[in-house]
Design a protein around this ligand. Sequence first.
Ligand SMILES: *[C@@H]1O[C@H](CO)[C@@H](O)[C@H](O)[C@H]1NC(C)=O
Length: 294
Amino acid sequence: MAWIRDSTLSWFQLLCVKVIKAGKVPRHVAFIMDGNRRYARKNNVLKAEGHNKGFDKLAETLQWCLDLGIPEVTVYAFSIENFKRTEDEVDALMELARQKFRRLLNEKEKLMEHGVRIRIIGNLSLLPHDVQKLIAEAMLMTQENNKAFLNVAFAYTAHDEMTNAVRSLSIGVSEGLLLPSDISESLIDRSLYTSDSPDPDLVIRTSGEVRFSDFLLWQLSFSYVYFTEVLWPEFTIWHLLAAVFHYQRNYRHIEEIQSLHKPVEHTNERISSYLTWLYGSREDTLLKLGGKLL
Ligand SMILES: *[C@@H]1O[C@H](CO)[C@@H](O)[C@H](O)[C@H]1NC(C)=O
């Protein structure tokens, strides 16, 4: 199945989308897509088939988010912890990733038409080299797009992300770019894998598990969280609309909390040069992987 699909909503669903859109729509929604394996067990199919269904659901959900006017979506596709699963399952997941990222590259036209920028966040060096290369190509291909954003957390944990940020900051200090006193909440924020994204307004986790599993722990502090029992492959637009509806009912309160906690952006020449170095080295890694730089 394609990443970008055409809308297939019924008139009644469209009507409900219209009603929800009249209210405050979240700018950024994050999904913990849980339940593929339980779905497979329940339906007596292979785990790989469960993951396949899970991907189809992702594509469908992205379309619903576009229909709803949600410009940014982040999904937890593969945690570093998942490497501990059986070799067969990890191999099957990597093969799925290969196929889907290749497919993504073939959907260039649609991505460009919708202005979708794809970003993969995580410790890419843990992935097979050919998958890293596909990821880099997808990110480079869409990097000028800015109408909609899809962030895929892949080989990701929040602990790894924070470790990475601390490491970058300490290199900044030891190379003489930064002073320890330059390190602030906002600079840590800008050193994370998600430096380009606003924090999620709404987080949705499926399959009845009530925890974050090391997903965006820094970024979720002031997000509205919605847990639902449904298994990810069985998620429907009604679940999404319900989550957004709950977010809307709590919106004033969430906004108040968020506005009380705006980190003060403080900047100076050292900070700018550190960020130029940091983003430049990330870009170089992508260009190298994507074969655009020797
Ligand atoms: C990312 O993975 C590599 C390879 O295993 C590891 O050496 C490195 O420490 C990881 N990065 C972070 C920030 O944990």
